[in-house]
Write a protein of this length. Structure first.
Length: 79
């Protein structure tokens, strides 16, 4: 069984005008568009929260101080 709840929202006049135009263009109600937009928002938030953690690796440390130009060239070119 599906329940619908009536509520009151304060929406900026320009956003409301865009919503009315888009609803008319799509032949849908404003409520349908708002509900779809909210579902998409929540779905997008869930997807970002479900991402696996970034991999972690240990490189063994640095081989050369990159601030030391001569040491850096020697490490790169084998001089």
């Amino acid at each position: 069984m599906v329940f619908h709840m009536k509520t009151t929202l304060n929406v900026d006049d320009t956003v409301m005008a865009q919503l009315k135009r888009e609803a008319a263009r799509q032949g849908r109600t404003m409520s349908e568009l708002v509900e779809t937009a909210l579902r998409n928002l929540f779905r997008a938030q869930k997807k970002t929260a479900d991402l696996p953690p970034m991999p972690v690796f240990h490189s063994g440390g640095t081989l050369v101080d990159i601030a030391d130009r001569d040491a850096l060239y020697q490490a790169m070119e084998g001089r």
